[in-house]
Design a protein around this ligand. Sequence first.
Ligand code: GDD
Length: 409
Amino acid sequence: TVVAVIMVGGPTKGTRFRPLSFNIPKPLFPLAGQPMVHHPISACRKIPNLARIYLIGFYEEREFALYVSSISNELKIPVSYLKEDKPHGSAGGLYNFKDLIMEEDPSHIFLLNCDVCCSFPLPQMLDAHKKHGGMGTILVVKVSPESASEFGELVADPVTHELLHYTEKPETFVSDLINCGVYIFTPDIFTAIEGVSSNWKERANLRRVSSFEAMAPDSRSHTEKYVRLDQDILSPLAGKKQLYIHETLDFWEQIKTPGMSIRCSALYLSQFRHTAPHLLANGDGIKKAYISGDVYIHPSAKVNPSAKIGPGVSISANARIGAGARLINCIVLDDVEIKENAVVLHAIVGWKSSIGRWARVQGHGDYNAKLGVTILGESVAVEDEVVVINSIVLPNKTLNVGVQDEIIL
Ligand code: GDD
């Protein structure tokens, strides 16, 4: 059998995702109308002999309870949330639940970061891994040389696909081939993690007798159980015929900021065209609004037939979109009201917010910039005719004058 583990992190990890992470754990923030973590989970359906999916994180159990029970029913595969008492790192977190995971006696374990957006070519990775052998195969992608340093950069043998060299977020350029945060391992991964933590216990003992402080400065504050998959496992195992790569030529993005969630929502919407066309609004159903490109509209949302929606728009439950409104590349969350002739472009409109008549809420669409989009937190009111550009507005604010390039606290 095979099991899949999705690392969801915890509340301290979502700080760049503010103000949206005030209301909801980042892994449950909707992209294309589905919780972020839903996309890797639904990709797991294609794994042959999948016994179970685990989400591992340090959010409270109750935050995930509803979602895991409904998705288990929907997929007919058990999905459970496992809570760490504290962060153990991306490999330590996995190791923490070793006994539980090994109860399924898996031959292979998929490990996925929840904050990446891609097509998750999991069956292809399994096939590639079986060809390569070794302990694990890493999904990799080519990115621009300028952005590579935000990720784990790696070098692989072009013929055997063996991972030869790995450095996490290096300061000087190594390679434009980067780690996607999607892996398949044999259970030997647990032995490798064990090796790292026992090594550290020895080092810690050594520190007590000598002044060993200059070594591994960033591991000093951690217990021996804090193990990072990238620095502590992948780097030292490179070039040892243990790790191999599988390159994806499909889309891949990392979702660290609200701006990137707008882009990733649109990417998943266009993927729905192939994987879940029934989720896309097509304009001739009950909605009757003018739909352009890939759009998700929750069945409970009310969209005036003269509104024009799309492309890249996702509208959540109970939202009301007025006559003549224009929405492009945006995420509209639950209970939002967008009044007549308002424009929303490159923006996220937070829960229960309202946008007045002829108002504009927009960004320039630079999804990586801090202020390249507009984000309205929960219960923000933008009054009639007010223009909000490239700004972040914290919850419960009322805007009665225009703002640009500002963070409204
Ligand atoms: N449960 C749990 N416990 N999850 C954790 C912990 C932990 O202690 N620490 C991190 N995670 C989760 C995060 O939520 C995320 O899904 C994943 O593990 C990786 O997070 P980080 O370790 O913070 O790394 P990163 O996201 O900056 O970079 C990693 O992913 C990139 C791809 O998105 C690295 O592996 C990069 O090399 C890689 O390019």
